[in-house]
Design a protein around this ligand. Structure first.
Ligand code: ADP
Ligand code: ASP
Ligand code: MG
Length: 410
């Protein structure tokens, strides 16, 4: 018999009827003799609703109070699910993050887990009880409530699985696995039977929000067997593994990720001299703004243009900082564009294939899509394009790299 950590996302616990369906599922696993720890999210839309309430009071609520507020969403669902389990004669107990002693650092709204005391859970499991834990939350050393960043219930589940050395961490959601790209954008997207941690981490980092980035990092680090599957249908979902699939020839590109979260800033006509990149970017990082892609052109007349991307939420602030830098450096101008999107192809198969980037660029050029920026790593190529061509680009790349459903079935 196995020890399983099962996480149910917001849509899966979005109504009391759905919570009852989750309880049915958990009871079934229990009756097969498995030990179960369940992690739940808040009902879908609830976290956003709570953030909205806070913003009615003030623009930038203090992070500590924000955590006290948003952690309530998960407290509702643990209680309701536990009631639904007990109604089915399935003994269970609910716990908030602090009760189960998920200890984090004090970085409110984006805290990191430091330690989990699994003793209490072990006692319940030994007594035959299902343990129901609130996702997304913990507490710091001083007893303050913390949260783990949006989508953080995935990380709670993986961390509990690591601490308990569970046989598998199962992430139940509203799709039946990880797809070649977001199935909500591309109908012909195909479910992957398995994907490596490395690829999943790139996909998550580059915008595929099916799993929180930290959850994948954590699972890779502690080698937690991780599976994504549907709350509503039967099926084996997608297994995330350390090893590449040796039985099958490795696809060159495993998936396509995209995001509309970034904005682009250019400072033009800056002196082309050593140290200029740090003089531009240091004030940006001093303002706590993270930079993603960077391009510096070869200049003429000892002057050059410097372009980089930041999160859209930081766009306004980054532009203000850059205006200051521009006047100091006597730059020609600062310009910005927030209507951009980043599209990335991801695959460990790229390591052993040449010409993957060229194929990507050709496919975009065939659709007359202009590439504004490029960045590559061993297993990914990302480009920045005009936001309005995002869907076209994703579909074209999905087809060119033979990821469409029909390609496999044919
Ligand atoms: P939950 O509330 O269960 O945590 P999320 O909304 O966080 O669910 O994640 C599931 C969603 O992720 C899907 O509905 C889907 O639209 C989106 N998604 C994005 N990229 C992918 C992908 N490559 N494969 C599967 N789902 C994806
Ligand atoms: N409820 C939180 C959110 O909406 C955490 C989660 O669902 O994983 O981000
Ligand atoms: Mg999620």
């Amino acid at each position: 018999m196995a020890l399983l950590v099962q996480k149910f996302g917001g849509t899966s616990v979005g109504t009391t009827a759905r919570i009852e369906a989750v309880a049915e599922k958990v009871c079934r696993f229990r009756s097969e003799g498995h030990d179960i720890v369940v992690v739940v999210s808040a009902m879908s839309g609830e976290t956003n609703r709570l953030i909205g309430l806070a913003n009615e009071i003030m623009d930038e609520p203090t992070p500590r109070e924000m955590d006290v507020l948003v952690s309530t969403g998960e407290q509702v669902t643990i209680a309701l699910l536990t009631m639904a389990l007990k109604k089915r004669q399935c003994d269970a107990r609910s716990y908030t993050g602090s009760q189960v002693r998920i200890l984090t650092d004090s970085a409110h709204t984006k805290a990191r887990i430091r330690n989990i005391d699994e003793e209490r859970m072990r006692e319940d499991l030994a007594a035959g009880r299902v343990v129901v834990v609130a996702g997304f939350q913990g507490m710091d050393e001083l007893g303050n409530i913390t949260t783990l960043g949006r989508g953080g219930s995935d990380t709670t589940a993986v961390a509990l699985a690591a601490a308990l050395k569970a046989d598998e961490c199962q992430i139940y959601t509203d799709v039946d696995g990880v797809y070649t790209t977001d199935p909500r954008m591309v109908d012909s997207a195909r479910r992957l039977d398995h994907i490596t941690f490395e690829e999943m981490l790139e996909m998550a980092s580059l915008g595929s929000k099916v799993l929180q980035i930290r959850a994948v990092e954590f699972a890779g680090k502690y080698n937690v067997p991780l599976r994504v599957l549907s709350s509503f249908e039967e099926g084996s979902g997608t297994l995330i593994t350390l090893e590449e699939d040796s039985a099958m020839e490795q696809a060159v590109v495993s998936g396509i990720a995209f995001n509309r979260d970034e904005a682009k800033l250019t400072i033009s006509g800056v002196p082309d001299t050593p140290g200029i990149a740090s003089r531009i970017l240091k004030p940006i990082s001093n303002a706590n703004i993270e930079v993603d892609m960077i391009v510096q052109n070869v200049g003429a007349d000892n002057r050059t243009d410097f372009t980089f991307t930041v999160h859209r939420n930081d766009f306004k602030r980054a532009r203000e900082v850059l205006e200051g830098v521009a006047s100091e450096l006597k730059a020609r101008e600062v310009s910005g564009d927030s209507k951009i999107a980043k599209v990335s192809i991801v695959g460990v198969g790229m390591r052993s294939h040449a010409g993957v980037a060229t194929k990507m660029f050709e496919a975009l050029s065939d659709e007359r899509i202009n590439i504004q920026m490029i960045s590559t790593s061993e297993i990914k190529v990302s480009v920045v394009i005009n936001e309005k061509y995002l869907e076209l680009a994703v579909r074209a790349l999905h087809s060119v790299f033979e990821l469409d459903k029909s390609e496999i079935e044919a």
